[in-house]
Write a protein that binds this ligand. Sequence first.
Ligand SMILES: Cc1ncc(COP(=O)(O)OP(=O)(O)O)c(N)n1
Ligand SMILES: Cc1nc(C(=O)O)sc1CCOP(=O)(O)O
Ligand SMILES: [Mg+2]
Length: 542
Amino acid sequence: MSSNQACLRLSPYQTPISILPRTRIITMSCKARQVDSGSGSPLLAGDGSRTRVPHVMTVAGSDSGAGAGIQADLKACGARGVYCSTVITAVTAQNTVGVQGVHIVPEEFLAQQLDSVMSDMEVDVVKTGMLPSKEIVRILCRALDKAPVRALVVDPVMVSTSGDVLAGPAILTAFREELLPVADLITPNLKEASALLDGIQVKTVADMCSAAKLLHQMGPRHVLVKGGDLPGSFDAVDVYFDGKEIHELHSARVRTKNTHGTGCTLASSIAAEVAKGSSMLPAIKASKQYVETSLLYSKDISIGNGPQGPFDHFLRLKGQRQQPFDPNVLFLYAVTDSGMNSKWNRPIANAVREAIEGGATIVQLREKHAETRDFIEMAKSCMEICRSKGVPLLINDRVDIALACDADGVHVGQSDMPVRTARSILGPEKIIGVSCKTTEQAQQAWLDGADYIGCGGIYPTNTKENNITVGLDGLKAVCLSTKLPVVAIGGIGISNAPAVMKLRLPNLKGVAVVSALFDRECITGETKRLQEALTIATAYDS
Ligand SMILES: Cc1ncc(COP(=O)(O)OP(=O)(O)O)c(N)n1
Ligand SMILES: Cc1nc(C(=O)O)sc1CCOP(=O)(O)O
Ligand SMILES: [Mg+2]
């Protein structure tokens, strides 16, 4: 297979829109690919049309401990929102201690698996992991010749993280001669880069840059040399070469033993991003961030007794809450304002009590000008009221105050304490909300472990200076881009709250309101009226 063929592997079913010259990175948008309905395994969308799902096929070994290999690939693709089919090259008996046994799948059976998947489904990207024999590499290359795909991501797995050999030196020739020339990306670690380059030293960032360039000469269009094992480095440095430019990609080194499967996960996540339509550099950056977030989230989880544990791809396993956060509490979210309370000469605790009497389902103390000591005292008295009524109380911006008064959580904005830091301070039990105006911020909120999103300003407001209005369209875009529950905020009152809720977005759980409740003479009365308006507007939802 020539290197040109590698990029232009076209399925007989693909329309010309899929044909890209080899010199370009794949940048087809998901939208464009949905037009290309293909012959694969379409899902039936709500309106009866058929929607193509981005599809990564992984060709790798099974890890019985499920930290790496096929199992990590499946989890990574699931977390990144693409379908993943699995062609298994070997079954390993493996745990957090090491690899106890390897059973290589017979070659004919590997070919049969490839045929089963590729003859039926339209695969966008192939990602390879453990390829235990030269013949298996050959069979794969032949299959790719017959049923072309958009991109091939090769993780040249040779040694497991526990130090066990998964593919012997004999595989090097097959990698160099057959797989690398047709790969769109290879992702060797330092040892693998060195082995592919006949044992040259790869011990510094400068060595990694030279290795990336040398490996590129072997045929892959893009090379990512992973520096996870770089001695004495404080951050995690990877070197990416796109054939023209070297990029040093830095991310925080997470101190944890739970790193088993990071290589498989990174390569699968990159494959998933490319399958969704990303070009290579953004796919790599997003995947590095995803791995870093997962490691950070999983740094203290304990699975197995060996030296290297698996991590949690879905950010869900750590210290489950006693009582999970109920998104329905966002229905009528009362947010206090110190200026308004002094204007109406009301102690904050009275304002909170009145809002709860009127039907507020959650309260946030947004006291921008209070002295810390006063704020703690106020927050403690509000906590007593809220606890007695079973209404959660969150603190705006101030994680220290939330800790001091044992509040139910915090709400932070994009320039406040990052959600991940707040989560690491507050632990899994507390509620953390974050303000998002864009779909990117919303996606990050989920990765960071937020519980809900506050999206605004829906309408212009005088309560928050220089606030950008995103409108109902901005709210809709944010809601559709996330699984997290969303509460709308900004300029909302009785007159327009029904229009917001009538968007009928399943994860839009309610409205957050400041002036329409607290800049009024009778807080209880205003809250009751808003509660009624919201109940009527959402009546058909139940
Ligand atoms: C529910 C809710 N949503 C958004 C915000 C705004 O938070 P932030 O962007 O940090 O702005 P300030 O409130 O700190 O001025 C919020 N407070 N609550
Ligand atoms: C605190 C806040 N955050 C906003 C955002 O857009 O994130 S708008 C806003 C002020 C909301 O006050 P009112 O209900 O009086 O308009
Ligand atoms: Mg803030």
